[in-house]
Design a binder for this molecule. Structure first.
Ligand code: ADP
Length: 195
């Protein structure tokens, strides 16, 4: 049987740490799906399609890696794509508690699904998407933290933010906004019907 895993996350934006983990994962699994969570609760910097494009170019050289998006429970998605494992990264002790909770909850929801933790190269152990966003937003260099194409995309975002304000630069078609807008439209319609 083929060993298939999903690597779920926000990837906002994808970093060299993510790439390091993808490379390691691609060596131990026959197939690895990088799965971007479409989370309406979050207000991302990059839209899901922007993140997908970046991840697809970053992983193009791996034959057994593909990129997908999902919403809802990670275990349901894993089941749908017939994966046997969830790959997650552990950088420092600070990741451990949250990752342990999530892995145990996922095991409760789907006992047959294993969570596999991998550690990145030490030089990426301090690296997070949040840190990259913050450094980029304050005009700092992110060259060694993310692939070149992500540096470029971040620059474009910051240019737009500087010209038109941060709200416009943020993911233009983020699911959060689409869902929000749809909910507001439904409310308005139902109010109109009642009146
Ligand atoms: P999430 O919102 O699910 O934490 P992230 O994109 O921040 O999404 O992270 C996805 C996964 O990648 C998580 O398991 C996280 O621990 C891991 N990860 C993030 N950055 C790194 C890194 N620098 N090195 C190794 N793993 C990482």
């Amino acid at each position: 049987m083929k060993r298939k895993a999903i690597y779920p996350g926000s990837f906002d934006p994808p970093t060299n740490g993510h790439l390091d983990l993808i490379e390691r994962g691609s060596k131990i699994f026959d197939e690895l799906i990088v799965a971007i969570l479409r989370n309406p609760e979050k207000d991302p910097l990059f839209s899901v399609s922007e993140r997908r494009q970046m991840l697809e170019s970053m992983t193009g050289s791996f034959d057994n890696v593909s990129v997908d998006t999902f919403h809802g429970l990670t275990v349901d998605y894993a089941l749908r794509v017939e994966a046997q494992a969830i790959l997650r990264g552990i950088r420092a002790i600070s990741d451990y508690e949250y990752e342990l909770q999530m892995a145990l909850m996922n095991r409760k929801l789907q006992p047959g699904l294993e969570t596999v933790f991998m550690m990145p190269a030490a030089r990426y152990s301090y690296l997070s998407s949040r840190l990259v966003r913050e450094v980029a937003q304050l005009g700092g260099p992110v060259d060694c933290l993310v692939p070149d194409l992500v540096v470029q995309k971040l620059r474009e975002k910051m240019d737009v933010a500087n010209r038109f304000g941060d709200a416009v630069a943020r993911a233009p078609e983020s699911e959060a906004r689409v869902v929000d807008r749809a909910a507001k439209e439904r409310k308005t319609k139902s109010r109109k019907k009642k009146s």
